[in-house]
Design a protein around this ligand. Structure first.
Ligand code: ADP
Length: 615
């Protein structure tokens, strides 16, 4: 076997192999079939490019991404490596030239877009070409379980057979077990070696912000962007959102280059916008998931999901476009429960693009599968576990995360929320929160109701629904009558954002989510735990009620749940004086115990015990 490292250095100008590259290359050169699942930026291309240059003959590389193909071919030619490409962007004469070269026994790497195999001028060649290597990039596109199924990929098994079943390497950044099984089966790989390398991206800070009211997202996005320097991508699930945000961002940040991208633009505009994004420093792309596959920009500093994607695979891949240079970068999801409906709309339309391709039973299977995947994304958004670890577990990567900087871990360790950790909520505010929670609990005894109904009941509204369900008989009726109903709605949303309650769809019903307490919410309601400090800002919201004094925060017409001892003045207590060395040691040990308990119960640490209780 040739000295691979010498080749790496002399042909590619690289010092050494990255994890798994050498092993994969050795297998490929030994004519074994290989399936490579490696994260974006891991260096998958080298796994077929190096064998293709070391061994004589033709290597065919299938790639769905025309722009990436062009880049790679150019780079290879710059390194004096023989490479050609065949895709629809080439004029007919250039295509004929490549085909003539192939007829003459072209040696080197031929990059082909998958649909070219089925073109009339290529079909007859298939039986005659005998490549030494068949490489399939973005191989997950072959599986209808995957998040990016492409029908022209599904016939690659047939193509491979026509080519004489050459040694094959399939590569992808994301493939769960079912997708891996499909790749192997559909390509008819023979006893392939499967490489799955780490999914861990320690330089990415995963975060999720729950924005209960969809309308509040734009403000949150503007706030975020004001503090995020560098290049970034904002992903939306619809073209409409892309268009809206592009206008919003251009007017809010006139100095910042913003490039929209979605499949509704013509090809030239898309190419121009993509190129401009690649070349402009601090550029922001606002895009649907049509954007990004093959984007070779290493200094993307943040990826924000304005809407949730449909699967964690898609999330990992899209978020993974941040920080390919290894520098700290942020991956932020703005989660609103209502976003699930857009994804569900896509799920309901599965199979409609190619109705001949799938029978009803298969469509139902795919839809069920897609729904389960969507639930995982929602779980990710709501988790109280380390997000980085959750992603690793999802991809069955057994690594243990250390020193994580995701928002959950930062909260647990007290980093990043110092101000929250030291705030003790005033008694009136705690009472107000418990009233909101009691409202949810009481109303839900009568059935499943949404935020508006709970707000009506707490605000003492008189309407047909209240009468019909005899809500005025409930002890919580009118408990917050001093607040306008709209403000109670806003407060209920804040309570949800803090994880005390959630929205969910009752069985078989859509677009009318009901509100429920979470176990954490129940525990706060019954006084087992203090409310999270993050709710300190509820105070501002409550005080905005006209003519409402802080004292009235706890007011209620029936004297329910008020604390007669409560101070009428609302104060936020400041932390105690610094601890001496001894006490500091004890304090740290207590924090460790708390961290353990929090992990066991999958709760933020401050839910186990507040810093101030430790002191
Ligand atoms: P992937 O296809 O896995 O997303 P690429 O093949 O595009 O990743 O490689 C990402 C970057 O890593 C490229 O700039 C490539 O030159 C670089 N790279 C690949 N292998 C190595 C290596 N062994 N040492 C240093 N850089 C490497």
């Amino acid at each position: 076997m040739p000295d691979l490292r010498d080749h790496l250095q002399s042909l590619f100008g690289l010092d050494d192999f990255r994890p798994a590259q050498r092993e994969v290359i050795e297998d490929v050169l030994a004519r074994r079939d290989v399936l490579c699942v490696m994260p974006t930026g891991a260096g998958k291309s080298l796994c077929y490019q190096l064998p293709a240059t070391v061994q004589p003959g033709l290597s065919i590389v299938v790639s769905p991404l025309i722009s990436l193909m062009q880049d790679q071919v150019q780079q290879l030619r710059d390194q004096n490596i023989s490479a050609a490409l065949l895709n629809s962007s080439l004029p007919a004469s250039a295509q004929r030239h490549v085909i003539a070269q192939l007829e003459d026994g072209f040696q080197g790497l031929l990059y082909v877009a998958p649909e070219r195999f089925y073109a009339p001028n290529f079909q007859p060649l298939l039986d005659r070409l005998r490549p030494n290597l068949f490489a399939i990039d973005e191989a997950h596109c072959i599986s209808s379980w995957g998040h990016d199924f492409r029908p022209e990929y599904s016939r690659l098994g047939e193509v491979r057979q026509k080519l004489g079943s050459p040694p094959t390497i399939a590569l992808t950044a994301t493939a769960t077990e079912d997708v891996r099984a499909d790749i192997i089966r559909l390509l008819a790989l023979g006893d392939p070696r499967v490489y799955i390398t780490g999914f861990d991206r320690p330089n990415l800070r995963y975060e999720c912000r729950t924005i209960a009211k969809v309308e509040a997202k734009d403000q949150e996005l503007l706030k975020l962007l004001a503090d995020l320097p560098g290049s970034g991508i904002i992903y939306c699930s619809t073209r409409k959102n892309v268009d809206k945000l592009a206008v919003l961002l251009k007017s809010a940040f006139p100095q910042r280059p913003v490039f929209p991208y979605h499949a509704g633009f013509d090809q030239d505009t898309r190419t121009d916008n993509q190129d401009a994004f690649m070349q402009t420093p601090s550029a922001v792309a606002v895009a649907t998931n049509a954007f990004g596959m093959g984007i070779n920009k290493s200094d993307v500093r943040f990826v924000i999901h304005y809407n949730i994607p449909g699967t964690l695979e898609a999330y990992y891949q899209e978020a993974g476009r941040a920080g390919r240079d290894g520098l700290p970068s942020r991956c932020i999801v703005l989660f609103s429960y209502q976003d699930r409906y857009t994804q569900e709309y896509f799920i309901e339309h599965i199979g409609q693009e190619n109705p001949d391709h799938l029978d009803d039973q298969r469509i139902t299977e795919l839809q069920d599968h897609a729904r389960a995947k969507l639930e995982m994304v929602i779980q990710y958004a709501r988790t109280h576990r380390c997000r980085r670890q959750m992603i690793l577990d999802y991809f069955e990567d057994e690594s243990e995360v250390a020193n994580c900087c995701c928002d959950v871990c930062r909260r647990e360790s007290g980093r990043g929320i110092e101000s929250e950790q030291t705030i003790i909520l005033p008694e009136q505010l705690v009472t107000l929160i418990r009233k909101l929670l009691s409202g949810i609990a009481r109303v839900s005894i009568r059935g499943q109701f949404g935020v508006a109904t709970v707000a009506d009941v707490l605000g003492g509204a008189e309407n047909e629904k209240v009468e019909r369900w005899r809500f005025d008989q409930l002890s919580v009726y009118g408990l917050l009558h001093a607040h306008p109903i709209k403000r109670i709605v806003a407060m209920l949303h804040r309570v949800m954002e803090a994880g005390l309650a959630i929205q969910r769809d009752p069985d078989g019903v859509k677009f009318r989510p009901v509100i429920d307490l979470t176990p954490y919410g129940i525990s706060v309601m019954i006084g087992e735990q203090p409310p999270p400090p993050i709710l300190a800002d509820l105070l501002g919201l409550a005080l905005r009620s006209d003519s409402l004094t802080p004292h009235e925060l706890g007011s209620n017409p029936r004297g329910l749940g008020t604390n007669p001892q409560a101070s009428p003045k609302v104060t936020i207590l400041q932390p105690d004086a610094p601890l001496d060395a001894d006490a500091s040691g004890r304090f740290e040990r207590l924090r460790q115990v708390r961290l353990e308990l929090a992990r066991q119960k999958q709760l933020p640490a401050y839910c186990i015990c507040h810093d101030s209780n430790n002191r």
